[in-house]
Design a protein around this ligand. Structure first.
Ligand SMILES: [Zn+2]
Length: 343
């Protein structure tokens, strides 16, 4: 396809990139995992920057509460009832028809992650749950593919660039994911629009450095910011991977092999799905109750917490099992679990 040189003129004028860097971006392929507030902005910036190929993977449908932050979507999109990945592909192609854009409606899992990561040079994290991040970390390390971890909540965010074999991987830093119900999620703690957009911009800057061949410019540690309290920090990390890292050193890809994955069971006849946690553990129901909107709690005792969110009822047990009434779709149940119980 013919390229109009004016499109990237200002980017090429930028010293760090130049025409050579721009040409390298044009050759590159990227996977963006998740296409909400974070992934949508990441994808927009990459497409406008003239990346060669972009694949976005997302499992969710667009909801009204997304429009407060997710810059990619409009009220008209909401009326279509289409999945975000389909809407994203359409919008991104409108932004830049020179880019090969592919939207994939899927829940990233051990069965599809390697295929979805094939043919790309880099993965960016636009996810809303830890479990899939650990899966991406396993897959990226096993393939030797760089990836950029990005986590946001409230007004704070973390960004870390991971080059397998050279830098810390996610498990060097956080060896195990926190058990469900412990970490706040954006649906229990809330989030403001600037947070994912700042984090996405930092992540895409790192991506442009990698893809244009300016690796020496990468942030060598964890970049963390808190917009409401005005703190911005680049935390240096020990150089090189942690010696006893189960993933990048011992090459045990537990998440990729599916051993630590949560499972779902459709409960026949009652329009409900049970989500089983990835490992045996005790869930602290009191901690969960404190994180929930108090008006949403229907009942609670030592054995069970029941609460409502959106049009669904959740029954949460201390062993981490959650029965979600109002859906028979395992993908939707898993998304709701991540959103409200959190893993
Ligand atoms: Zn590691």
């Amino acid at each position: 396809m013919n390229q109009d040189n004016r499109r990237y003129r200002k980017q090429e004028l930028f010293n760090g990139l130049g025409q050579a860097g721009q040409a390298r971006l044009r050759q590159a392929g990227v996977l963006v995992a998740g296409c909400g507030a974070l992934g949508g902005t990441i994808a927009s910036l990459l497409v406008r920057a003239g990346i060669g190929r972009l694949r976005v993977v997302d499992r969710d449908f667009l909801e009204l509460s997304n429009l407060g932050r997710q810059l990619l979507y409009t009220e008209a999109d909401l009326k279509t009832g289409l999945p975000k990945a389909v809407l994203a592909e359409r919008r991104l192609r409108e932004m830049n028809s020179e880019v090969e854009v592919e939207g994939v409606v899927a829940d990233l899992n051990p069965d599809n992650v390697i295929e979805l990561m094939s043919g790309v040079d880099l993965v960016l994290d636009g996810l809303d749950n830890q479990e899939t991040r650990y899966l991406i970390n396993d897959a990226a390390v096993s393939l030797g593919l760089p990836w950029i971890y990005i986590g946001v909540i409230g007004s704070s965010g973390n960004v870390m660039t991971i080059i397998p074999g050279e830098t810390n991987c996610l498990r060097c830093l956080f060896p195990e994911p926190a058990p469900p119900g412990v970490l706040p999620t954006c649906d229990t703690t809330g989030i403001i629009g600037p947070t994912p957009n700042v984090a996405a911009s930092i992540g895409v800057s790192e991506a442009m450095k990698i893809l244009s061949g300016a690796q020496e410019r990468l942030n060598p540690g964890l970049f963390t910011f808190e917009l409401w309290d005005n703190s911005y920090q680049a935390i240096p990390l020990e150089s090189g991977p942690r010696e006893d890292c189960p993933c990048c050193q011992e090459k045990r890809f537990e998440f990729l092999e599916g051993r630590d994955r949560s499972t779902t069971e459709i409960m026949c006849g009652i329009d409900a799905v049970q989500v089983n946690p990835p490992k045996e553990f005790r869930l602290d129901l009191n901690q969960l109750i404190q994180r929930l909107d108090q008006d949403s709690i229907m009942s609670s005792n030592d054995y069970l917490v029941r609460f409502e969110a959106e049009d669904f009822q959740f029954s949460v047990f201390p062993d981490g099992r959650v029965i979600i009434h109002g859906t028979a779709d395992p993908g939707q149940a898993r998304a709701l679990y991540d959103r409200y119980v959190g893993f």
